[in-house]
Design a protein around this ligand. Structure first.
Ligand code: ADE
Length: 296
C-alpha cells in the first residue's frame, strides 16, 4: 500500500477514529488513508482472523515516526451490548473518540418477492440498527460532552434499489438518520454526514455475491457515466474531507461519490408487458391514438 495522500501530512495526528467494517473494501481504504494521516484507528467487525490480517496489512500504511496505530476489535454492530463494549474499550485504551465511520454493513441479492422476513430483518439490523447503535453509543459515551464527527456510508439507492429492496430501505433510512442526528447533536458540536458511493469494486464486494459477483459488477459498467467501476480509494478521500476541519460548516449532508451514476440509467430491466392499467377512455386518449398511429 502506497504511503501517500492528497491531504496534509499529520492532518489527523493524535485523533482517534472507529471504523466499522474497517478490515475490508471501502472500510479498509478509509482506515488506510486515516493511518497515513496520523490517526489512531480502531477497526471493528465480526471476524477476528480477518480483522487481524487486515490490521497487519494496514500497519504498512503508517508513515515512519507517525503517532498512528491500528487496533482490531471484534464487534457485531447488531448487538447493542457489543457496541457498548467496543466504545468502552476504545475509551479505556485511547481516552477519546473523535471520529466514527459507520461503514459496516452488507446485503445479498434478492428481489423483494423472494426475500424472507429473516433475510429482510438481518439486512435492516446490520445496516440501519447497527449504525444507530454505534452513533448512539459513541455520542453518549464521548461526543455529547466533547464533540466529534460521524460519517455514515450508504449507497446509490436514490432511484430505489431493485433487486435489493432491504438494503435500499436501510440505506435510505440511514440517509434520514444522518439528517436527524445532525440537528439533534449540533448542540454538542457534532457534525454528522453521509457518503453515497456508486458501484465500488473490491475483492470482498465481488465475493459477497458468490458466483454472480463478477457478472453483476461487469454488468454495471455501462450504467456509470465514467464507464468504469469505482474503487475504495475513490471513496476514502471524501470521508477524510468530511472528517477534516475543511468540512467544519458541513453537517446533515449526503455526498454522492458515484461519477454521476445516480443521475443516469437504472440497471433494472423491465421486460415489455401489457399488464399496466389502461389509460382512461376519452378525448385525450383518442387524440393520442391518432397522433401515434403509423403513417404510410
Ligand atoms: N460488517 C458487516 N456486518 C457486520 C456486523 N454485523 N457487525 C460489524 N461489522 C459488520
Amino acid at each position: 500500500m502506497a504511503v501517500s495522500s492528497v491531504f496534509k501530512a499529520g492532518l489527523f495526528n493524535h485523533k482517534v477514529a472507529v471504523v466499522t467494517g474497517g478490515g475490508t473494501g471501502i472500510g479498509k481504504a478509509i482506515s488506510s488513508d486515516l493511518l497515513k494521516l496520523g490517526c489512531t484507528v480502531v477497526i471493528a467487525s465480526r471476524k477476528l482472523e480477518r480483522l487481524e490480517a487486515a490490521a497487519d496489512e494496514l500497519r504498512q500504511s503508517i508513515p515512519q515516526s507517525s503517532p498512528a496505530s491500528v487496533t482490531p476489535i471484534v464487534c457485531n454492530i447488531r448487538n447493542e451490548e457489543e457496541v457498548k463494549s467496543l466504545v468502552r474499550s476504545v475509551l479505556q485504551q485511547y481516552g477519546r473518540i473523535d471520529y466514527l465511520v459507520n461503514n459496516g454493513g452488507g446485503q445479498f441479492s434478492s428481489p423483494a418477492e423472494h426475500t424472507s422476513s429473516k433475510g429482510w430483518k438481518a439486512v435492516i439490523d446490520t445496516n440501519l440498527t447497527g449504525t444507530f447503535h454505534c452513533c448512539k453509543e459513541v455520542y453518549a459515551a464521548w461526543m455529547k460532552e466533547n464533540g466529534g464527527v460521524i460519517v455514515n456510508i450508504i449507497a446509490d439507492m436514490w432511484k430505489g434499489f431493485p433487486g435489493m429492496a432491504h438494503t435500499g430501505a436501510a440505506r435510505s433510512a440511514v440517509d434520514n438518520l444522518t439528517k436527524t442526528l445532525a440537528i439533534e447533536w449540533a448542540v454538542s458540536g457534532v457534525r454528522v454526514n453521509a457518503i453515497a458511493p456508486g458501484t465500488i469494486v473490491s475483492k470482498t464486494a465481488v465475493e459477497n455475491y458468490k458466483e454472480f459477483g463478477p457478472t453483476l459488477f461487469k454488468m454495471s459498467i455501462p450504467f456509470s457515466p465514467a464507464k468504469r467501476l469505482g474503487v475504495p480509494e475513490e471513496i476514502s478521500p471524501a470521508v477524510c474531507f468530511l472528517l477534516s476541519p475543511g468540512a467544519s460548516y458541513i453537517s446533515g449532508a449526503t455526498l454522492r461519490v458515484d461519477a454521476g451514476q445516480s443521475l443516469y440509467h437504472s440497471m433494472w430491466e423491465i421486460p415489455d408487458h401489457s399488464a399496466w392499467p389502461q389509460a382512461p377512455e376519452g378525448e385525450n386518449l383518442d387524440t393520442l391514438k391518432e397522433l401515434l398511429k403509423p403513417k404510410l
